[in-house]
Design a protein around this ligand. Structure first.
Ligand SMILES: [Zn+2]
Length: 78
């Protein structure tokens, strides 16, 4: 009885640590997924290779750096 009682705080700490680790992992995974989606929404200028986020739903967007017209669509070999 005495051994199980002394074991309790350790178990509590272990469960707490596991919970924290799980939450951290979930947050990290969600953040990486968000970043990947954001990355996919970006477009790279084919003239100056600048990464820009095209606004609106147009198929063509203009590079703010060199004013070149670019097509929407991510380079698939990235
Ligand atoms: Zn450009």
């Amino acid at each position: 009885m005495r051994t199980s009682l002394s074991f309790l705080p350790l178990l509590y700490a272990a469960v707490l640590a596991g919970l924290v680790l799980l939450l951290w992992l979930a947050g990290e995974w969600r953040r990486s997924r968000l970043r990947r989606r954001e990355w996919r929404a970006m477009g790279q200028c084919r003239l100056c290779a600048a990464w820009v986020r095209p606004v609106g739903g147009a198929d063509l967007w203009r590079c703010p750096a060199c004013r070149a017209l670019n097509e929407r669509g991510v380079p698939s070999d990235l």
